[in-house]
Write a protein that binds this ligand. Structure first.
Ligand SMILES: Cc1ncc(COP(=O)(O)O)c(C=O)c1O
Length: 407
């Protein structure tokens, strides 16, 4: 049906072999492959000082686990952007906390607005969840010290940004996104830069949090099945009320195999994005392109390619027209404060979100994946141009009459 899909997962023969090897090993639940994946992921983030890393069933439970490990619960407030996937807010709601929604910076930058965050901080604020939208860092150089001063934890939603960096200060300190705050959570959902179907990773540099995360990920039990299988323990105690948020060995093997190709995939994504930016600037200057003028802050991990349609151009007919041309588009995101459940909930505070309200109806996500060819990027931009111009034709320029031109 689609000529060009929104994302495209191409597994390598090495990925197949890695999963088959696990299946043949007869050990399927969290074990040595998961430990190997965690160590390799932490090393890829920071070879000099790898953080603690914990593979989890998905990013959503990872965020929940992070907030629970920080003892966040009823009566606490967690600040989350409204322009994100619903999981960023739901993870905080699972703890019993109240979610206070914050705005994004504006049309050029769809990450959390630090000024708005600080304006919404109250004595109950316990955590902020910055989302590195599209793989682009939010302003951590301002957010981290501002939160540290106030005793507020930063839990990074790094679902879009595995192996992307941010500059953290004037001295040029570079750190991998997700490893800058108290805890960071990554997603390995099928459409992500590293995809295991379902899956995720939590990282932290704090030993105390690492210990709690390890316990809470596996029912609060003091030993796991593999310990008992190896004869290291006969029984266990349960010292916390935890959950089963573990990853399994098949997914860990798949993640480990893909991790080897992630830097190249991310590099290729940046090339595809550069092509988009050039074509859009040349052919469709009336369409906004968030982050187009940002300089890289180290490694990049473009996950999605959002554009902002001109005011007065309706999005659904644009999507229909692109669909007719065989091109799949999407919307990142319907804001959280527009959902029926979240509108009804007394634990979701949605005040003053002018940029989100103005931008959300105009956002459109174009196809992006490492194997997208240049000619396909051109086809997408041409289809977008046709769709936009169908609603807003270019003004007809009447050439000035030249002297003596009239007969
Ligand atoms: C920004 C963001 N946060 C969290 C999630 C949740 O990830 P998962 O599907 O791994 O639970 C996603 C997934 O799409 C996401 O895009």
């Amino acid at each position: 049906m689609w000529k060009i899909t929104l994302s495209d997962l191409r597994l390598h023969p090495d990925d197949h072999a890695a999963v088959i090897e696990v299946l043949q090993s007869n050990w399927l639940t969290m074990g040595p492959k998961t430990a190997e994946f965690e160590a390799a992921f932490a090393e890829a983030l920071d070879p000099v000082a790898p953080p603690y890393a914990f593979a989890v069933a998905n990013c959503t439970v990872g965020l929940h686990l992070a907030l629970a490990a920080l003892d966040i619960g009823p009566g606490d407030e967690v600040i989350v952007p409204s322009l994100t996937f619903v999981a960023s807010a739901n993870a905080a709601l699972y703890t019993g906390a109240t979610v206070v929604l914050a705005d994004v910076v504006g049309p050029d930058d769809l990450t959390l607005d630090v000024d708005d965050v600080l304006a919404k901080v109250t004595p109950r604020t316990r955590a902020v969840v910055p989302v590195h939208y599209a793989g682009q860092p939010c302003d951590l150089a301002r957010l981290l010290p501002a939160c540290a001063q106030r005793g507020i934890a930063v839990v990074e939603d790094a679902a879009h940004s595995p192996l992307a960096d941010a500059i953290l200060d004037g001295a040029g300190t570079v750190r991998a996104l997700g490893s800058c705050g108290e805890v960071g959570a990554y997603s390995f959902f099928s459409n992500k830069n590293l995809a295991t179907g379902e899956g995720g990773m939590l990282v932290t540099r704090r030993a105390d949090l690492a210990q709690r995360i390890r316990l809470l990920r596996s029912h609060g039990m003091t030993t796991v099945t593999l310990d008992r299988h190896k004869g290291h323990a006969y029984s266990y105690d349960v010292v916390e009320l935890g959950w089963n948020y573990r990853l399994d060995e098949m997914r860990a093997a798949l993640g480990l195999s893909q991790l080897r190709r992630l830097p190249e995939g991310n590099r290729r994504r940046a090339e595809v994005v550069a092509r988009y930016h050039d074509r859009l600037a040349a052919l469709l200057p009336e369409v906004g392109v968030p982050f187009a003028n940002r300089l890289p802050q180290g490694r990049t991990a473009w996950h999605i390619l959002p554009v902002v349609l001109p005011t007065g151009v309706e999005r659904t007919p644009v999507q229909d027209s692109m669909k007719a041309a065989g091109i799949q588009t999407s919307i990142h995101y319907p804001p959280i404060h527009t959902f029926s459940w979240h509108r009804r909930s007394e634990r979701v505070v949605a005040e003053r979100l002018p940029h989100t309200d103005a931008l959300a109806p105009r956002l459109l996500t174009l196809p992006l994946y490492p194997t997208l060819r240049d000619d396909e990027v051109d086809d997408v931009v041409d289809a977008l141009r046709d769709a936009v111009r169908a609603q807003r034709p270019l003004p007809v320029v009447v050439a000035p009459a030249t002297a003596g031109g009239a007969a």
